[in-house]
Design a protein around this ligand. Sequence first.
Ligand SMILES: C[S@@+](CC[C@H](N)C(=O)[O-])C[C@H]1O[C@@H](n2cnc3c(N)ncnc32)[C@H](O)[C@@H]1O
Length: 250
Amino acid sequence: MKSDILNHFDTIAEVFNRIWYFSEEYKNFVIRHIHHDLALTSDDTLVDIGGGTGTFTRRLKDESGAIKAYCVEPSRPMCDEAEKLENITALCMDAHTFMSTEIPFSKLLLKEVIHHIDNRERFWQRVYYQLPDRGKLLIITRPQHTAFPLFTSAKAAFARNQPPYELFESQLKACGFDVISAKRSHTFTLPKEHWHEMLRHRFMSDLGIFSDEEIEEGINEIDGIYSEETIDIIDNLIFITATKQNGKPV
Ligand SMILES: C[S@@+](CC[C@H](N)C(=O)[O-])C[C@H]1O[C@@H](n2cnc3c(N)ncnc32)[C@H](O)[C@@H]1O
């Protein structure tokens, strides 16, 4: 993993849960779809790669009754937050290091992290090899062209860092997975001040390249477009489910 990305998450670990707008409604929306797409049951061992502060890992574990749930998170400060949660096991390591441990699992979640993982083809092969038949992985990612109310240069940075999701689909198919994708959208309305705070905290790693002055200029640009006191955040998410089917070759 690129060290600038790692450092970025180190710096926001403490405020991550607060600045990212994890309303109960938003969490319920995402969690509901994860349960469905991964078909989580009490027989599963779940791995949440890039699980951050473990918020989602813990809920998924509690609600599914899964045997075990790992939050795999390379940023030490983020992992420290996850370690405070009961019922989950936090492992401070990146995606490839986790695969080399050969810890068994049946379901794997990659929520908002796949664009940070390098050498993805190698990663898919190892996941395919280690999953049991009918085991699944779920990627939650975003299209390259974001509908978030970002300033122009932030949108461009986002697009540069976000590979087209079709690439993940084709790599997974080439590996032998059955792949199903769904586009799902969630809109939430925030007081503009809250959105500004999220931008100032550089809640997305794509914002890490901008200086304080550039962020303030960006906020002014956004204010020129959105004149209301509140702002609609349209989160377009792509859910890609890949299943290892019995008898298919690696
Ligand atoms: C946007 S956050 C998402 C956190 C969590 N999945 C969520 O949705 O709340 C991305 C996380 O991926 C982690 N990450 C970055 N590169 C990684 C890698 N190569 N392997 C595993 N995790 C990584 C970061 O440290 C960060 O915590």
